[in-house]
Design a protein around this ligand. Structure first.
Ligand code: GDP
Ligand code: MG
Length: 291
């Protein structure tokens, strides 16, 4: 089995969200003509056969003209450090404008470069020097794609899956392909945990959505579990007479209702599970990009 993280990096508007949606065949990430419409870092999971790629879209981490805020820079470096594969994406018309940034942030590990929007290029032969250019810059492979039309994406996907490191899956096989909303519901609950508590609890917790179904009266019934590592953490989340958990549940429910545009009954539980380290590393990676 192979599994790993793939960070999609690039200037705003080059088509990162479009590519992610297209690779996953599901709309996860907001696509817009305006740069930086994606508010949070999105992960999408692609499981095919014995390989699982966890994609991280990195919205707004790179601003044009290299006026890169140090915090953003830190976040993007962290995202890069946590990635097994870095996929740099550029717009065929403006590729060169990202070169300085590529040099600054050229990651270690597997580096792929994709030139997007080739549907706009009248003369495909003119793209050959660009391919050579990025190969010389140190990328392992360079692809020509159109995220919008799907050109070149099978080849890109095959290369990504083949280059993932050996390891067990991070997520259940069916997650995100069938129930993308489950992941976001978990993220919205986790976000509330981050808002409510200091350092320790958020990093020691992980949320799973166990059940998600529509009830007769039209409300969604969602049962979720917040896993923590210690009894003491469980006590803090639940609070006196369950008051803290109730507050957390209400805030999370409201956020979920806004996201799903639907009424929700949220059944929220807290359980202790030791050795969530692997998961905790995962949380760290996700949060690193939330700028
Ligand atoms: P992001 O900011 O990098 O996430 O870029 P988006 O995915 O939001 O896309 C920005 C704009 O580029 C949108 O209007 C997309 O429809 C457009 N776009 C993305 N991929 C392609 C492509 O392959 N060809 C063309 N012509 N437009 C594309
Ligand atoms: Mg985007």
């Amino acid at each position: 089995m192979r599994a790993g993280y793939v960070a999609i990096i690039g200037l705003p508007n080059v088509g990162k969200s479009t590519l992610l949606n297209r690779l996953l065949k599901v709309k996860l990430s907001i696509v817009s003509r305006k740069p930086q419409t994606t508010r949070r870092q999105i992960i999408g999971i692609l499981t095919e056969g014995d390989a699982q790629a966890v994609f991280v879209d990195t919205p707004g981490v790179i601003v044009p003209k290299y006026e890169v805020h140090s915090l953003m820079m830190k976040a993007i470096r962290q995202a890069l450090a946590g990635a097994d594969i870095v996929l740099w994406l550029a717009d065929v018309d403006t590729a060169a404008s990202g070169d300085e940034l590529v040099k600054k942030l050229l990651p270690h590990g597997t580096r792929l470069f994709a030139i997007n929007k080739i549907d706009r290029a009248a003369d495909k032969n003119a793209l050959l020097p660009k391919i050579e250019h990025y190969q010389r810059m140190g990328f392992d492979e360079v692809f020509l794609v159109s995220a919008l039309r799907g050109d070149g994406l099978d080849e890109l996907k095959r290369a990504i899956l083949a280059r993932l490191p050996e390891g067990t899956f991070f997520f259940p096989e069916d997650q995100l392909t069938e129930h993308p909303e489950r992941f976001f519901v978990g993220e919205l609950i986790r976000e509330q945990i981050f808002n409510a508590y200091g350092e320790e609890i958020p990093y020691a917790s992980f949320v799973t959505v166990e059940e998600f179904k529509e009830r007769e009266m039209g409300k969604y019934y969602i049962r979720a579990i917040v896993y923590v590592e210690k009894d003491s953490q469980k006590g803090i989340i639940i609070g006196r007479d369950g008051a803290a958990l109730k507050r957390l549940g209400t805030k999370a429910r409201k956020a979920i209702e806004v996201f799903l545009e639907h009424e929700v009954f949220l059944d929220l539980w807290v359980k202790v599970k030791q050795n969530w380290r692997r998961r905790r590393d995962l949380l760290g990676q996700i949060d690193a990009g939330n700028v």
